[in-house]
Design a protein around this ligand. Structure first.
Ligand code: ADP
Ligand code: MG
Length: 815
């Protein structure tokens, strides 16, 4: 047996843990045992100096889950022959479970996809392929540079990432990465493998025939799933090319800074949290994908907006649609599980229940003024089959029967009545025998070793009749059998056994029925996900008075009474104050926003980015009116945000991120800069901020919102045609500061830092001292140079603020 184990162990990559079935346990040996025991919190034992540990097979799922969550891959070796004396049991590795390929629902979060990805560098292109094995989703993409690939990886956050073992150095440190056989990435065999899998001659139909690096990565994934993990992949029926040009690109830092999906303060404070009203897990996952991949395709967005309008015109239909959606479960993952030879009777039942809601949903959709061009189908025959076949409450386990409803299969009914009759005969036996023997305490019992037997307490042994055969003597009783009892037992157990087998066969037939409809079922699931997202967005629009944005190809942006989509929902103490935004390429392309801390600068500039992003995922937007010149990228940078996890200094991170903007922004981009330059000494920071702003205005010409503490920057408006100054209004009252949250034209007049510090609870003596230092500094600082207030200046400062330290003025005095 150990030789068999060793051979199997050698066939696996070193890091895979082998769970080896031995009777009622899965055992691990040697290094595997040492690695796994602490993770599983089980005892590490030794037999003949071999370290080992094991887990009972019936509880294996939980243990496997723990190993997978700890980032391990787990191979399962099952017994494939019946144990016979003198012969070694045959075993086979039936599957390898890895974090990126799990299908078990207890290992998955139903609100988010679980990706297995692969990357490959070919020539200058970086290919990416990505599979969600739990749904069959399969996408590919190509990137011209590493930064873009990194951004997409940050959006998809794969649980497992395959890198050709020959290219480990090329890609360096990437999260969740895993070296894989370089051969699997060779473009030609990869292409061939994909063609064979999909049954096509070329990959033209998937739009990626020329994306060689992506095809190589896709082939490697398929190779990995089929050959290394031994997974059925029939549910991966199609492959989709993600065209970068179709999407608004949002880099990893912007995704973080805009709190799109994750936020340190929890999901509630993210855009996803504010918009997610999906009723189905499929919808929740799709919304997430939409938020991370907004569109630049006006027709596609128009269709989404039309549909939401249609729903809002008929609120009654909207709520009926949502009621139907409420009853629909995760068709996508259920069907995938079933098609991979996994899944149980509850999956079939969930599918039937879900499909059962589709006719009502279709009827409601038909009432809308906007037709929904979808491929959803109700599959009435499948629903009927499953409903008549499946028991009311089928068990989660397949082997114990109870799956199939009475009346569905005559043969099964017969076996069941045999076993029922036998059981009632046995139940009656106790009564009869008590009467016959006069022993009141006589009991008929059952255990797995002896089957049915009659138990008599020791004090009554004298009354035992002759036809009883003694089977076992216990401490205070004796156990007997009779020929009639054994005969009936055979009938009962035989019938039960056959019934269970038959139920299993019937289950497999039903599952097969579902699998023959795999593709239309997947399309239906996709259609429902989309309807679910749109209904959710419509409801959000209804509750929070969002409006339909007008999209155009201009470089303008007009928002009347815009609101921050997340804050407007979560703010408890204040009411959210709306603000207007107007970008015009002629005179307000770069907007500089000044104002005291806590005034609302960061909120406002993010609000503009989020409104734009929402418009481009097809959602309505939190404003009274919005006309949005569609953007190709959104950048959001926050100065001095530490990224300790990446081991980079604050300032380095800030500059890396700023470099990325300067290298990638186009005149169609939207750039949000929040206090850039703060991470270094004042002069450095200001100089960099100044140069960056100039470049964005002069060279790139993108719409930019720049919140800053550097009041000096507001002077840019004097020399640049399309720079405009704004500030957040505050009112001083009794030395207090009141935040009005209103964005006004013109630069802020002062920083109010001391007032804000007081609000924050700085001790009074310190506040007083700070005030006296400030007035001293102000007294000794020079007046701003008059000559830079050129005649062209639009937003000149009303009363130029006396700056805190003179050298800054010298620096910029003659610019
Ligand atoms: P700043 O960046 O100017 O320091 P923030 O944008 O961080 O200020 O805003 C500080 C707080 O003010 C926010 O957390 C929010 O609670 C509140 N706030 C900001 N804008 C508004 C608004 N328009 N309406 C109501 N409250 C707001
Ligand atoms: Mg701020």
């Amino acid at each position: 047996m150990m030789a068999q184990y060793q051979a199997m162990r050698r066939s696996l990559p070193a890091d895979v843990l082998l769970l080896y079935r031995l009777g009622d346990f899965y055992e691990m040996f040697f290094e595997d045992a040492k690695t796994a025991a602490p993770i599983l919190n089980v005892a590490l034992t030794k037999r003949n100096t071999v370290p080992m540990c094991g887990v009972p097979y019936h509880a294996a799922d939980n243990y496997i889950a723990r190993l997978v969550r700890a980032g391990k891959r787990v191979a399962i070796a099952e017994q494939t022959s019946e144990p016979k004396p003198g012969k070694i049991v045959e075993r086979e590795i039936t599957r390898i479970i890895s974090a990126g390929s799990v299908v078990e629902s207890h290992l998955l979060d139903d609100q988010r996809p679980n990706y297995l990805a692969a990357v490959f560098l070919l020539g200058k292109m970086r290919g990416l392929a990505c599979v969600d094995h739990s749904t069959g989703e399969f996408t590919v993409a190509e990137f011209a540079d590493q930064a873009q690939l990194d951004d997409e990886l940050a959006r998809l956050t794969p649980s497992e990432l395959l890198i050709s073992e020959e290219q480990l150095a090329v890609f360096g440190e990437l999260g969740a990465s895993q070296p894989y056989d370089g051969y699997a990435f060779l473009p030609d065999p990869a292409r061939q493998m994909l063609c064979d899998h999909f049954g096509v001659h070329s990959l033209h139909g998937f739009g990626c025939a020329d994306a060689h690096s992506a095809v190589a990565a896709a082939g490697a994934i398929l190779h990995y799933l089929v050959h290394q993990l031994r997974r059925p992949c029939d549910h991966m029926r199609t492959m989709r090319m993600r065209e970068n040009a179709r999407h608004v690109l949002i880099d990893a830092a912007s995704q973080r800074n805009l709190d799109l999906i994750d936020s340190r303060s929890g999901k509630k404070h993210t855009l996803l949290g504010a918009l997610d009203r999906a009723k189905t897990p499929m919808g929740a996952r799709l919304l997430r994908d939409w938020i991370l991949h907004p569109l630049r395709d006006r027709d596609a967005l128009g269709a989404r907006h039309d549909f939401i309008s249609g729903l809002l015109e008929q609120p009654f239909i909207l709520s009926k649609c949502r009621e139907s959606l409420q009853g629909i479960r995760d068709i996508e993952r259920t069907v995938s599980r079933l098609s991979q030879g996994a899944g149980n009777a509850r999956d079939l039942q969930a599918l039937a229940i879900s499909l059962g809601h589709i006719p009502a949903l279709q009827d409601d959709l038909a009432c809308l003024s906007v037709p929904y061009a979808s491929e959803i189908q109700p599959f009435p025959d499948l629903v009927e089959l499953l409903e008549t076949a499946l028991a009311e409450e089928p068990p989660a386990i397949l082997r114990d029967g109870g799956i199939i409803r009475d009346g569905y299969a005559p043969e099964l009914d017969e076996l069941r009545s045999l076993s029922r009759d036998g059981k009632s005969w046995i139940a009656k036996l106790q009564e009869d025998e008590r009467k016959r023997t006069g022993i009141d305490s006589l009991k008929v019992k059952f255990n797995n070793v002896f089957g049915y037997f009659i138990e008599i307490t020791s004090s009554k042994l004298a009354k035992v009749p002759d036809d009883y055969t003694r089977k076992q003597t216990m401490a205070n009783c004796e156990r007997y059998i009779t020929p009639a009892l054994k005969e009936m037992e055979n009938k009962v157990l035989g019938a039960e056994e056959r019934a269970k087998q038959l139920e299993m066969e019937l289950f497999l037939q039903l599952r097969q029925q579902v699998c023959t409809r795999l593709v239309p079922l997947q399309q239906t699931a996709a259609g429902i996900a989309e309807i679910d997202v749109l209904c959710g967005l419509a409801e959000t629009a209804q509750i929070h008075s969002h409006v339909r944005p007008v999209l155009d190809d201009s470089r303008g942006l007009l928002i009347t009474n815009g609101r921050h989509p997340v804050l407007e929902q979560t703010l408890v103490e204040e009411k959210f104050v709306p603000n207007d935004t107007a970008f015009d390429p002629a005179d307000s392309l770069l907007q500089i926003l000044t104002g005291p801390n806590m005034a609302g600068k960061s909120t406002y500039i993010r609000q503009v980015a989020l409104v734009t992003l929402m418009a481009q995922i097809g959602a309505f937007v939190p404003a009274e009116n919005a006309t949005i010149g569609m953007v190709d990228r959104i950048f959001c940078r926050v100065g001095a945000s530490d990224d300790l996890s990446r081991g980079q200094s604050t300032f380095m991170v800030e500059m890396n991120e700023t470099a990325l903007i300067l290298n990638h922004a186009t005149d169609k981009s939207l750039v949000i800069l929040d206090e850039i330059g703060r991470g270094t000494a004042t002069f450095d920071g200001l100089s960099i901020a100044w140069a960056v702003a100039e470049h964005l205005h002069d060279v790139i010409g993108c719409r930019t919102l720049f919140a800053t503490h550097y009041h000096e920057l507001t002077d840019l408006a004097n020399t640049r045609p399309a720079v405009a100054n704004f500030n957040v209004a505050v009112r001083e009252w009794n030395d207090e500061i009141i935040f009005l949250r209103k964005i006004l034209p013109g630069a802020a007049d002062k920083s109010y830092g001391i007032q804000v510090a007081r609000l924050a609870g700085l001790p009074k003596p310190i506040i007083e001292r700070a005030k006296s230092i400030l007035s001293h500094l102000e007294l000794h600082s020079a007046k701003p140079d008059a000559k830079k207030q050129g005649p062209k200046a639009k937003n000149t400062r009303q009363d130029a603020m006396p700056l805190a330290n003179a050298p800054q003025l010298d620096l910029f005095g003659d610019m």
